[in-house]
Write a protein that binds this ligand. Structure first.
Ligand SMILES: *Cc1c(COP(=O)(O)O)cnc(C)c1O
Length: 423
């Protein structure tokens, strides 16, 4: 099946006489006739549902769809994109470990890795993804457990050289985790380029309508945990909190996701609700159609801004002059996403009155949804970062992040034009 067909047909597959749309299984728990059967479920000897913190049929069907879209082996929904990134890393790390992450990752992820996980004893070295690999490789330590990057960085919209960083990670015997939120599997499937694990904030394009927060983790099943058994004791030695199960032996290619579910969901609890999974699934059905329009609109807007004399610079990798254009052509040949960034001549002082003059386009924290919106990260999402950190993350103080929606592009450009006229 082509990707657009999978968006509609994968996941929930009704049997004869069952509901066509995925049923919302709004139940905390599930009933069994014998205590024997219930016991087998708890021992992970039998497949089945018992408590929705661990698994729910609606959430599973939607996770299966995203897994199919990414071409993965197993997937799990999470309460948010942040929960996805945290669990994806914490599943293979513990106190005393170290990770490598691109310094251009989403601000929330930057804080998670740089501050919160540090308090848990997990150290992170942020690298500049533009630096040569030989330089970045020097940051590896014997206790480094993964490399983390974003296919398209939020908010600087740079393209991550997935194949290059997958090779680097594998040379050092660790997996590459890629946050594929902005690209979505419609525009890029990181597993095809060697990434091992993919995460998503489904809050963005996947759900697509600014209605629900959610996340997802998908495992390619390709990373051989047993071949690096010393590094990943959580997967390769008995889990005493789960009857001594050795996940990598018992579950093979599904080990990584099974451990997230059986151990981390059980103990930490950031599960998705079936109601919100249903909304996410509705969004996924039209993902390909929407991504095509987001990309087309964003390219037209980028070209318009670039030609406007009041605009100092535009970053959008689909533009031939963009520093990431070559990477876009390789990884995102059908278009990157609907998000671009730009700065005005006169900088931040002009950005504020410009933004306040917009009528159709709204100032919201959100990004990558159906309605065009924008913000100035230095004044909004990233205001907790120092100027030094902002610059290290490549975020100019004048950067305006514009998320181009699904409206008719003539109306989007007309609104930009009238606001630019006012400054
Ligand atoms: C928004 C976002 C997140 C966090 O997702 P939430 O659903 O808001 O928790 C993580 N990564 C990227 C790239 C994002 O854009």
């Amino acid at each position: 099946m082509e990707i657009g067909t999978k968006c509609l047909q994968e996941g929930w597959k009704p049997a004869n006489g069952e509901a066509r749309q995925v049923p919302i299984c709004q139940s905390t728990t599930f009933k069994y006739d014998s205590s024997e059967e219930m016991g087998q479920l708890f021992d992970l000897e039998k497949d089945g549902y018992f408590y929705s913190r661990l698994a729910n049929p609606t959430c599973d069907a939607v996770a299966a769809k995203i897994c199919a879209l990414e071409g993965g082996e197993a997937g799990i929904l999470t309460a948010s994109g942040m929960a996805a990134n945290f669990l994806a890393v914490f599943n293979i790390c513990e106190a005393g470990d170290h990770i490598l992450a691109s310094s251009a990752v989403y601000g929330g992820t930057f804080n998670l890795f740089g501050t919160t996980m540090k308090k848990m004893g997990i150290d992170c070295t942020f690298f500049d993804q533009k630096d040569p690999v030989e330089k970045i490789e020097q940051y590896f330590r014997p206790n480094t457990k993964c490399v983390f990057g974003e296919t398209i960085t939020n908010p600087t919209v740079s393209v991550f050289d997935i194949e290059k960083f997958a090779d680097m990670a594998h040379r050092h015997g660790v997996p590459l985790i890629v946050d594929n939120t902005f690209a979505t599997p419609v525009n890029c499937r990181p597993f095809e380029w060697g990434a091992d694990i993919v995460t998503h904030s489904t809050t963005k394009y996947m759900e697509g309508h600014a209605a629900t927060i959610g996340g997802c983790i998908v495992d390619s099943g390709n990373f051989d945990w047993m071949a690096h058994a010393d590094k990943y004791p959580g997967l390769t030695t008995p889990d005493e909190s789960y009857h001594g199960i050795v996940y990598a032996q018992r579950f093979g290619k599904k080990a990584y996701i099974t451990k997230i579910d059986a151990q981390l969901m059980r103990d930490l609890g950031p599960c998705q609700s079936p109601q919100n999974a249903f909304y996410l699934n509705l969004g996924l059905e039209s993902l390909e159609v929407r991504m095509q329009r987001h990309c087309r609109n964003a390219l037209a807007v980028a070209e318009y801004l670039q030609a406007n004399e009041k605009v100092a610079w535009v970053r959008f990798s689909d533009l031939p002059q963009d520093p990431c254009h070559e990477l876009q052509q390789k990884y995102l040949p059908n278009g990157s996403c609907g998000v671009l960034s730009f700065g005005l001549k006169g900088g931040r002082a002009k950005a504020i009155p410009f933004m306040d003059s917009l009528k159709l386009i709204s100032i919201v924290t959100h990004v990558a949804d159906s309605r065009t919106c924008l913000l100035n990260p230095a004044s909004h999402t990233h205001r907790q970062m120092t100027d030094e950190q902002l610059l290290a993350a490549g975020i100019a103080p004048d950067l305006i992040r514009l998320s181009v929606g699904l409206e008719n592009v003539k109306d989007i450009i007309a609104d930009l034009a009238q606001a630019l006229d006012k400054i």
